[in-house]
Design a protein around this ligand. Structure first.
Ligand code: CU1
Length: 169
């Protein structure tokens, strides 16, 4: 019986912790952050939520990853630093999506942005999206035949049910 309680707690924890888990996405997946990759289609593969992390992997000095405004994303123009919100240039940049908003990323090396090294993503709030999934969990109902659960049941039915379960275990 102790073993089953322990198992139940583990399962419950997995269910409760799952919605808040942040994901780590390597931009471009195995193709990483490079020329000749269609990042428009890459960015539509996933639902990005608050707290997720984007990792830009590329050869330092060959590329970079700038977070820019929508205008600079459209024009590929960040001359004089216009429209730049953040600069990432290490070659392995981790960018936490810490705001619910639309993010725009480009590479500012000449020709790369127009060549395809740009994408936009919509970051949504975890709780707003995941609420339907965390509604009453069926597992907790099927495991409510404990003595504590007897308060909610006709005592006789409950004791019989508990007796059956004890024999089964
Ligand atoms: Cu580039």
């Amino acid at each position: 019986m102790y073993y089953y309680s322990f198992l139940f707690i583990i399962i419950l924890m997995m269910i409760l912790l799952e919605p808040g888990k942040s994901e780590v996405y390597t931009v471009g997946d195995e193709e990483e952050w490079n020329s000749d990759v269609n990042y428009g289609s890459w960015s539509h593969k996933y639902n990005f939520t608050l707290g997720d992390i984007l990792v830009f992997k590329y050869s330092k000095n060959e590329h970079n990853a700038y977070e820019v405004t929508e205008a600079s994303y459209q024009s590929c123009d960040v001359s004089n630093g216009n429209g730049v919100l953040a600069k990432y240039e290490s070659g392995e940049d981790e960018v936490e999506l810490s705001k619910v908003k639309k993010y725009f990323f480009i590479c500012i090396i000449a020709g790369h942005c127009f060549g395809g090294m740009r994408f936009a993503i919509n970051v949504s709030n975890v709780t707003a999206v995941k609420i339907p999934e965390s509604e009453p969990n069926p597992p907790s109902k099927s495991l409510s035949f404990t003595f504590a659960g007897c308060q909610n049941w006709n005592l006789l039915i409950c004791l019989v049910a508990s007796g059956i379960l004890f024999k089964l275990y």
